[in-house]
Design a protein around this ligand. Structure first.
Ligand SMILES: *Cc1c(COP(=O)(O)O)cnc(C)c1O
Length: 487
């Protein structure tokens, strides 16, 4: 174990030390206007190439990722990202394109946009998708702007309420507020499903829509979804599908058939593009036919034998600079094409099998709010028996075994929630190893609880002050200097 501070405060700079790199391609000299020319030296660490290499190589080994160990982070679908996705997305023909290129020069990329959009439509039953949004939460905002536009066009000016269940992801109410809606929260049943009485009690003419994820955040399929859709539609409300849990259902059930009108897909979850640490992502938004014209600009269409980017005058407008995170949806495209439709439909059943296997193997050790079969993920509500060990302690101890912690303290409806999503990508051996480690941790909880309360012991950092880390993060070299943590 290396001491904590020395490791975090990695000042390597020495005045006038340099790393040089030769540029082999000739470049043209340009003259910049005076106001754009920098007069002070940039504040950068001064290091040799060797020190630079050591720094980055060492940093790269200090993190946990899907490629270093099991990563059962509930709701986040940390599945394997096949390398073929990256190989194709780093072809020069894709990486060297300028976003302002003329349509006729980027027919390949536009055709991938179109084909990805069509594959997503086939899998979800939606009429069309826009690939422009950059994340799930951005997709929510885009989808809610579409709902707003729909009501404005119809003269439903009084409709200003979005209903959100109390087990929803925090981004759902946040997106609704950003779009100027009022959020009304409804209590869920114990299994996280929508409480129909609670829904009836708030459904009135002011309701613009309802946001749901299915399976819900407790890993339970919403069986009453058609009934719920009918109730919302009867008030001329629209149903928004938060697609974060689509992994359970790919090609097996379609949100449009359940009655949803607008949805997003987190391509970085279900369709396997690398994610974490805030990006990069892609959150395509799909809609039923009636809402198609409201999709964000630019829209990609095929006209006169070629793909074009057009601006539709009925659109909600732009949600980003160009046509989304191209190299991310390209990876999702490669993932779908390399699996093919025969294998895409295997994702959900295998993810569900893996989740139920883990859930069942550990059921005598943890409180289970829901004992029925789960979908692709499930929730434990703390350790069984007489112990003061908390979910946080178990999560931290898992890190000592090289396993990433599950999602903890979400959904909020369970006090000691630990939400586990193994994904379809993991082998039986990996699941058995996880089960073995969890049993070991349960044993420690009863025999040597201090070991858990002070975990992790083997990481680069020990237990952190997470509140301060989140509220007052130091993310750049400049900040480190400014906060005088280094000379
Ligand atoms: C991940 C997630 C989101 C937000 O998606 P991002 O791509 O992280 O913005 C929304 N809802 C649920 C249920 C999620 O799990």
């Amino acid at each position: 174990m290396r001491p904590f501070n020395q490791d975090l405060i990695f000042e390597k700079s020495t005045e006038d030390r340099r790393a040089s790199h030769f540029i082999f391609e000739p470049f043209e000299e340009v003259t910049l206007p005076n106001e754009l020319i920098r007069h002070d030296d940039p504040l950068l660490p001064e290091v040799s190439e060797l020190e630079l290499m050591r720094h980055f190589i060492n940093m790269s080994t200090k993190n946990m990722g899907i490629e270093t160990g099991f990563y059962p982070l509930g709701s986040c679908t940390m599945k394997y990202n096949p390398k073929i996705n990256d190989e194709l997305a780093t072809l020069k023909g894709f990486t060297d394109i300028h976003p302002l290129s003329a349509d006729e020069d980027i027919q390949g990329v536009l055709s991938i946009y179109d084909e990805t959009q069509k594959m997503l439509s086939t899998l979800t039953g939606m009429d069309t998708f826009s690939l422009n949004p950059f994340a799930g939460a951005h997709g929510e905002q885009t989808g809610l702007m579409i709902i707003k536009k729909y009501h404005e066009k119809k003269g439903n000016h009084h409709k200003n309420i979005i209903i959100v269940p109390d087990n929803a992801h925090g981004t759902n109410p946040a997106s609704a507020i950003i779009c100027g809606f009022k959020v009304v929260e409804i209590k869920s049943n114990l299994d996280g499903t929508v409480n129909l009485e609670a829904l009836d009690a708030v459904l009135d003419d002011n309701v613009a829509g309802l946001m749901l994820t299915n399976p819900n955040t407790a890993g339970v399929f919403e069986k009453d979804i058609r009934l719920i859709a009918d109730k919302v539609h009867a008030k001329d409300g629209l149903l928004y599908y938060d697609g974060a849990n689509l992994n359970a259902l790919v090609g097996v059930a379609r949100p449009a058939d359940m009655g949803f009108d607008v949805m997003h897909i987190n391509l970085h979850k279900t369709f396997s593009t690398p994610h974490g640490g805030g990006g990069p992502g892609s959150g395509p938004v799909g809609v039923i036919k009636e809402l198609k014209n409201f999709l964000p600009n630019p829209q990609v269409v095929f006209e006169d034998h070629q793909f074009k980017r057009i601006n539709n005058k009925n659109s909600i407008g732009r949600v980003g600079g160009f046509i989304g995170n191209t190299l991310v949806y390209l990876r999702a495209f490669v993932y779908m094409r390399s699996l093919g439709k025969e294998n895409l439909v295997e994702i959900g059943p295998r993810a569900v099998l893996n989740a139920n296997y883990v859930k069942t193997q550990l059921k005598s050790y943890f409180n289970m709010p829901l004992t029925s079969y789960c979908m692709h993920e499930f929730v434990y509500d703390g350790l069984k028996g007489d112990t003061d060990i908390k979910t946080l302690d178990i999560a931290k101890r898992l890190l000592d075994f090289g396993i990433h912690a599950p999602t903890i303290y979400f959904p909020l409806i369970y006090k000691q929630a630990m939400m586990i999503e193994p994904t379809e990508a993991e082998s039986l051996q990996t699941l058995d190893h996880f089960i073995h480690v969890m049993k070991q941790i349960v044993k420690e909880a009863h025999e040597t609880p201090e070991l858990l309360k002070t975990a992790p012991h083997h990481g680069y950092v020990k237990r952190l002050d997470e509140a301060t880390a989140a509220r007052n993060p130091i993310l750049s070299y400049r900040q480190l200097k400014e906060k005088a943590l280094i000379d």
